[in-house]
Design a protein around this ligand. Structure first.
Ligand SMILES: C[S@@+](CC[C@H](N)C(=O)[O-])C[C@H]1O[C@@H](n2cnc3c(N)ncnc32)[C@H](O)[C@@H]1O
Length: 260
């Protein structure tokens, strides 16, 4: 396995989308799942997900301002990270993704657009190590969690929490609770392409609960965008001010670490 700047061995793509089997594989699902072709990714997303509608909503919710540090978790071909930087050139924007083929497209895209985004090749659970624990004002992520098994979803929310500074914001766009028969039917396409193990929990609406489990507060679904492949939900959540619960002192107790 190649190494990058002395970091641990990089992740590898699954040869195909995960079967409904073991949930702890360190490999990542390629962006188009069983369809495979990275080169076609941007065209497919534009055609089947009403990308412009939900990306604009995501950028509005992230509301980048000068001095912000925004991290795109699972940035893929970099469309969102580039859009965030174009919206606020005085913000710092970082994109993190394990797939070198997707990152190669992202690098070309930012160079073509003349925007300065820092790209990192890494699995999302390494976010705090890669971007700095407690450094991000905002973590954004789009269309990543439906590619991840439930343990990996948990690991990514924990990593986003750790990368955020207290008071920081998480904004996620992904297939969420499929509320109507039509949306559930259309979402079957994504389940066929990306595998049921990772997609079915999304469609049942697990993401907000997993965010709360990771310590996020004020978790809210702020928008739902019906698309030709199921509905995409936009979620906002906050890392609370102050230390994480595990480190907070418990009234009436001595050392909080002993108490918890
Ligand atoms: C469908 S693509 C979405 C890309 C981009 N966020 C977008 O909105 O177009 C899913 C991305 O998640 C990445 N990914 C999969 N597993 C990941 C993990 N465990 N940590 C970080 N990224 C992951 C893939 O490499 C891929 O680029």
């Amino acid at each position: 396995m190649p190494k990058l700047n002395g970091s641990p061995p990089l992740s590898r793509p699954l040869e195909s989308a995960p079967a409904d089997g073991p949930e702890d594989s360190p490999a990542f699902t390629p962006a188009l799942g069983r369809l495979g072709s990275t080169a076609a990714y941007d065209a497919v997303i534009a055609l089947f997900t009403r990308e412009r509608r939900w990306r604009a909503a995501l950028v509005a919710l992230a509301a980048p301002s000068p001095g912000d540090v925004l991290v795109d978790l699972g940035c893929g071909t970099g469309t969102l990270a580039v859009q965030l930087k174009q919206t606020c050139p005085a913000a710092e924007v970082l994109g993190v993704d394990p797939d070198p083929a997707m990152l190669a497209i992202a690098r070309r895209k930012s160079a073509r657009e003349g925007v300065d985004v820092t790209w990192h090749e890494a699995m999302g659970d390494r976010l705090p190590a890669v971007v700095g624990a407690g450094r991000a004002t905002t973590v954004v992520s789009s269309l990543v969690f439906h590619h991840c098994t439930t343990p990996v979803k948990r690991a990514l929310f924990a990593a986003a929490f750790a990368a955020l500074r207290p008071g920081g914001t998480l904004v996620v766009a992904d297939y969420g609770l499929q509320r109507t028969r039509l949306m559930r039917g259309l979402f079957l396409v994504i389940q066929a392409v990306d595998g049921r193990a990772t997609t079915v929990p999304n469609g049942r609406g697990v993401l907000p609960g997993l965010m709360r489990d990771a310590g996020f507060v004020d978790v809210a679904e702020r928008d739902v965008v019906p698309t030709a492949t199921g509905s995409v939900s936009l979620y906002v959540a906050c890392r609370p001010e102050g230390p994480p619960v595990a480190e907070a002192s418990v009234p009436g107790s001595g050392d909080s670490r002993d108490a918890l």
